[in-house]
Design a protein around this ligand. Structure first.
Ligand code: TYM
Length: 355
């Protein structure tokens, strides 16, 4: 694959522009309904989704067709979608300033994905880190959906002709494929798609409570965005700190401690400076530090939990929001597919007779 894509930080969206500037730009991103949203999702992507609503036309998708590439419980998928919509709205998405929709409600997405598979280089797909991780040693028996996963993701973005995609660092490689596919399509059939760029936050890769790997639902090293206070305290007890600090009286090394990094997301500057000093001087123990962080997390997340409770009490409202999002996305998707069908020469029964 050709080098790294241009990456932008969305903290300063006004500077992060193409020639056109924010106006005329469209933002799109997606998240899988595979369990409760965690603080890695939030600080890596969702916080940016909320920020960008003021600057751009934004479309956000709950990608249920991606979620069915791994084993799942069909009876639980609809409620997982609904609960994810609630979490996203609680985390700051505003249905008046963005469109939130469910991917499988837009049949043009898998339709475009099929067309994109015909120009997708197989080698690139096989080299995708996430595919290799998920396929493990079993790449022969793994389902083909896992291999095609990034092509479906490209279709999510290209169907809306979005040019900016706020994601965490783990999605940058997938976005590079979207750029390759847009370029290949444009070269073969004429200028159709903008090349989407990733927008990253400062916390583009939040490390899990194990202190080693990316925070993720599947690794169980996460703190849920809507976890109740007791769960947060229990989870924080399991968090790894500086592995060299064995006893309370050993001086700690905050610069290698993941709990200290997490303080930067939840604690104020004064607390961060104090923990830094007291940890180096062995004046604060790891357990005490973790409990301090837990309390700051609980306080930070409390307004989101409250909003989620309010939303849960109004399921009709969630359905309305998702239907409005679907209608808006659907309109754009139909336009794009008409153009794509025309460009690639598919038969159109209603086409005016030009002979
Ligand atoms: P998903 O559902 O795994 O994650 C949703 C978003 O959260 C980010 N993220 C993280 N960021 C920082 N640190 C972490 N520990 C962390 N864990 C997750 C992810 O980077 C992502 O931005 N393939 C995508 C979903 C998708 C999509 C799209 C994204 C489908 N179509 C179109 C953008 C555009 C995924 O599985 O995300």
């Amino acid at each position: 694959m050709s080098g790294q894509p241009p990456v932008e930080t969305a903290e300063a969206p006004r500077e992060a522009t193409t020639d056109e500037g924010p106006r005329g730009s469209r933002v799109m991103s997606g998240i899988q309904p595979t369990g409760a949203i965690h603080i890695g999702n939030y600080f890596g992507a969702i916080q940016n989704w909320a920020r960008l609503q003021d600057e751009y036309e934004c479309f956000y998708s709950i990608v249920d067709l991606h979620a069915v590439t791994v084993p799942y419980e069909p009876g639980e998928l609809p409620s997982a979608v609904e609960e994810l919509a609630i979490s996203l709205l609680a985390a700051g998405l505003d249905p008046d300033r963005c469109r939130l929709f469910v991917q499988s409600e837009i049949p043009e997405i898998p339709e475009l994905a099929w067309i994109l598979t015909t120009i997708a280089p197989l080698g690139n797909l096989q080299r995708m880190t996430q595919f290799k991780d998920k396929a493990g040693e079993e790449s022969e028996s793994v389902n083909a959906g896992l291999l095609m996963y990034p092509v479906l993701q490209a279709a999510d973005i290209l169907i809306l002709k979005a040019d900016r995609v706020p994601v965490g660092e783990d999605q940058v490689q997938h976005l590079e494929l979207s750029r390759v596919l847009a370029r290949r399509f444009n070269n073969a059939f004429g200028e159709t798609f903008p090349e989407p760029r990733p927008l990253l936050t400062r916390s583009r890769r939040v490390i899990g409570l194990d202190g080693r790997s990316k925070m993720s639902k599947s690794k169980g090293n996460h703190v849920g965005l809507l976890d109740p206070p007791e769960t947060i305290r229990e989870r924080m007890k399991t968090a790894f700190t500086d592995p060299q600090r064995k006893r309370r009286e050993d001086p700690g090394r905050p610069w290698v401690c993941n709990v200290f990094s997490l303080h930067h997301l939840f604690s104020d500057e004064g607390t961060i400076a104090r923990v830094d000093r007291e940890c180096r001087a062995a004046e604060i123990g790891c357990f005490e530090d973790k409990m301090l962080l837990a309390e700051n997390m609980i306080e930070y997340l409390a307004p989101m939990r409250e909003r989620a409770d309010e939303l849960r009490a109004r399921p009709g409202r969630i359905r309305e929001i998702l239907a409005a999002g679907r209608d808006a996305a659907s309109e754009l998707a139909r336009e794009t597919m008409n153009e794509v069908r025309e460009r690639i020469g598919l038969w159109q029964a209603n086409r005016p007779d030009t002979a």
